[in-house]
Design a protein around this ligand. Structure first.
Ligand SMILES: *Cc1c(COP(=O)(O)O)cnc(C)c1O
Length: 372
């Protein structure tokens, strides 16, 4: 069944959305069973959004369709040269049933920056946010209502032109899919151990480190396996002697006197979570330093008692305390309570805002299930 949505306001970009309902959606009891224990990234909702872009026509043909496989020409450029970018954000259900997302303008702007670096077209912010609204309008039943649960939204864009020459593609697709997400830590938040990768880098100067692109993740998988073998859950990447970030999360160090240090570099992905956590810290009167940090500063600071802990930030897990940093030739252990307590209280403040349990004084929330 295909309907042109007559009841919705015209898209801000003036495009008409074509909505095709899934005529075999997941049955209610099955969906409810999935939402009882969704895990992460394993189940997908009944619909997806896509838009096309071409050099001639710009962004066109926005549509909502039943979730399903994408037909791609085997010569599609993305399959050969990785011209791809993505985003990750969440939809939260508040106690009154309304559905919200967090700082989507930031994700839209980051997708635009990633697009510039990967020579892909920029998707306008209104169209990005409209795509979230369109998907939530048909899949609202998939937004869980339990504490710490959410609907993870995954926008992505790739080169679909069938052409093996090496140049920016002239045909591109943008998609949005969604996956219910359970609490990242069903048994309560546990500190993670991280492995310091010495043999592998995630990004280099002038590379794609500041873009959210699949290639950065592909190159992190081998060091990630090394980390697992060493009893660690995540990898810390350096740029020479300078701290960068984990494979998919930003890092923050905590000093004895309550300052928060986070690395600055042109090859770090600018996280929305770390930015928000550091803003909440500043609101509390804590000092935040965004600057170059060497691995020796951390080692020496941990040894002298100046640095009392560390934590990682990202949309999926929100905030995770770091229990230890391990490497071939040294180990930093953070087992004191102060930094963990600070990380956990900032985490709680942020999730309280996201779930509507605390006032959103920064205007970070955007309602998705109605025009707010
Ligand atoms: C997505 C991502 C982050 C975290 O960003 P958030 O906006 O906080 O989710 C950090 N580092 C990398 C490499 C990422 O891809």
């Amino acid at each position: 069944m295909t309907i042109d949505l007559p009841l919705q306001a015209p898209s801000p970009a003036g495009l008409i959305w074509r909505v095709t309902r899934n005529d075999a959606p997941t049955a209610d009891p099955e969906r409810e069973t999935i939402l009882e224990n969704p895990g992460f990234g394993q189940h997908f909702t009944d619909h997806m959004v896509d838009l096309c872009w071409s050099e001639q026509g710009g962004w066109h043909r926005p549509r909502v369709s039943p979730y399903g496989p994408i037909a791609l020409d085997p010569a599609a450029a993305v399959l050969h040269y990785s011209q791809e970018i993505f985003e990750g954000l969440k939809a939260y259900r508040h106690a009154d049933g309304s559905i919200w997302t967090f700082r989507p303008d930031r994700n839209a702007a980051r997708l635009q920056r990633s697009a510039r670096r990967l020579a892909l077209p920029e998707l306008p912010t209104e169209l990005f946010i409209e795509s979230l609204r369109q998907l939530v309008a048909v899949d609202s039943a998939w937004v869980p209502g339990n504490a710490e649960e959410s609907l993870y939204l995954r926008p992505f864009m790739f080169a679909k032109e069938a052409f093996l020459g090496v140049r920016a593609a002239k045909k591109v697709a943008y998609y949005l899919i969604a996956s219910p997400a359970g609490s990242y830590f069903p048994g309560g938040v546990q500190p993670v151990n991280i492995w310091l990768s010495k043999d592998y880098a995630r990004a280099g100067h002038g590379g794609t480190g500041a873009a959210k692109t699949g290639g950065n993740y592909a190159s992190s998988l081998l060091p990630q396996e090394e980390a697992y073998k060493k009893g660690c859950q995540q990898v810390l990447f350096l740029d020479g002697e300078y701290l960068e970030e984990l494979g998919g999360m930003n890092i923050v160090l905590v000093t004895r006197d309550g300052r928060l240090l986070t690395p600055k570099s042109d090859s770090i992905l600018e996280g929305v979570t770390v930015d928000s956590i550091l803003q909440l810290a500043r609101d509390r009167g804590l000092e935040v330093e965004h600057r170059r940090i060497t691995i020796d500063e951390w080692r020496e600071g941990a040894a002298s008692g100046e640095i009392v802990g560390a934590f990682a930030c990202g949309t999926a897990a929100v905030v995770v305390p770091i229990g230890a940093l391990k490497s071939e030739d040294f180990e930093i252990v953070h087992d004191g309570p102060e930094a963990t307590a600070l990380a956990m209280s900032l985490r709680e403040e942020l999730t309280d805002i996201q779930y509507g349990r605390r006032e959103d004084t920064h205007g970070w929330l955007v309602r998705l299930d109605a025009d707010a």
